[in-house]
Design a binder for this molecule. Structure first.
Ligand SMILES: *Cc1c(COP(=O)(O)O)cnc(C)c1O
Length: 377
């Protein structure tokens, strides 16, 4: 399938459709199964299981819904706190609030930008106590239910540290792997270290289903519950409408899964091309003083979802000057997300000291990263 190149600067991340997308979509239409039942949804889940090695995958409408469902399925109660990085896309914290939780913002680490486990552990020690098997925040009186670890720009966080941290503080580990399909910690796919890992297949992610998401878990009971809740929590019966929980309508439609199946077929090639793009950026930027291209962490394999440079010295004015000059000259660049604890809807939530995130905000710039920038061989 030919892609018609739009004119103008390349966006930060655009999808490529070079395989069976139209064919599978046509099969959906021809079969009339376009909605929440159909063979592509099951096939997409099966192929996600196959690709990641997880025991279960549940396809849902988007990554935010996947995260909300993961929190609810692991027992988040209204008013529980969830340790959430301040440096992440807003959906991470929005999902916590949608699930009835309270984001408790924490700092990220210098190497992975994900979660400063050592520092947060130190900070927590003086403000939490353990009662009846759970971790309680003595300052707020609320239970801390879980920690969400985000694989920022697709780079794998240190998941060994994440697991130890969550064991020490008796928290559920949830991986926001929305950006990290095709990224590994050691040899194991991201999203498999937490009780749940979630993916996004939004249009700007490594592969897309238009809109879509998925949950991964190795726990069959959790998987069954999540799937049940995602499909209105209706008890199986040939005709009766009996529901045993307040469920969600979160199931991925067959049309989206059809697109996903075609995209998954191309994932290995897309990953190769994104890695090649990294090497091209590295060669081009190598001689420029004062910046570094963000490389793969030593402990794993990155999908290079978003390429980024870091200014050696975080300086908001210099960052903004680079953003201005590149965008004016036809190169799309973007700053990292605004920190969540500073944004109006989230500013009332608790926040530990986050000096690394503040520094990174002034020093990170994302570059165009779509696989389409590297021509197919
Ligand atoms: C994209 C993204 C999400 C949300 O996924 P949607 O499918 O857009 O709902 C959540 N967290 C992170 C870190 C993301 O990048």
């Amino acid at each position: 399938m030919r892609r018609i190149l739009p004119s103008g600067p390349a966006p930060l991340h655009e999808p490529t459709f070079e395989g069976n997308e139209l064919e599978y979509l046509k099969q959906c239409i021809d079969s009339t199964f376009v909605s929440s039942v159909g063979k592509f949804v099951e096939r997409f889940e099966f192929e996600l299981v196959d690709f990641t090695g997880a025991r279960n995958a549940i396809a849902v409408v988007n990554g935010t819904a996947a995260l909300q469902l993961a929190l609810r399925t692991t027992g988040l109660q209204i008013g529980d706190e969830v340790l959430t990085p301040t440096l992440t896309f807003a959906a991470t914290a929005a999902a916590v609030v949608h699930a009835g939780g309270i984001p408790h913002f924490v700092d990220c680490d210098e190497e992975c930008f994900a979660f400063d486990f050592d520092r947060v552990a130190d900070q927590l020690k003086s403000i939490v106590e353990f009662r009846s098997g759970y971790c309680w925040n003595k300052q707020t009186g609320r239970r801390i239910h879980s920690a969400i670890v985000v694989h920022i720009f697709g780079r794998p966080a240190n998941l060994e540290s994440a697991q130890k941290f969550c064991r020490d503080f008796r928290l559920e580990l949830i991986e926001d792997a929305a950006e990290s399909l095709g990224s590994y910690f050691g040899g194991v796919h991201t999203g498999r270290f937490g009780r749940f890992g979630i993916f996004s297949f939004n249009g700007n992610k490594t592969i897309t289903t238009g809109g879509g998401g998925a949950l991964l878990t190795d726990d069959d009971d959790l998987a069954r519950t999540a799937r049940h809740l995602s499909t209105t929590a209706k008890k199986p019966h040939p005709w009766l409408y009996e529901h045993d929980s307040v469920g969600y309508n979160f199931r991925m439609p067959n049309l989206n899964a059809a697109l996903g199946c075609a995209q998954l077929e191309q994932l290995p090639v897309l990953l190769e091309r994104k890695r090649l793009l990294y090497h091209r950026y590295a060669a081009a930027l190598d001689s420029i003083q004062g910046i570094r291209l963000i490389a793969e962490p030593a402990h794993g394999r990155s999908n290079f979802w978003l390429q980024a440079i870091q200014l050696n010295r975080g300086d908001r004015a210099v960052r903004d000057q680079i953003l201005q000059q590149t965008n004016q000259n036809g190169l799309t660049t973007r700053p990292v997300w605004n920190l969540l604890h500073e944004q109006a809807p989230y500013s009332r939530f608790p926040c530990l000291p986050v000096s690394t995130a503040l520094k990174l905000q002034d020093s990170l710039i994302n570059l165009p990263s779509g696989a389409g920038l590297v021509a197919q061989e």
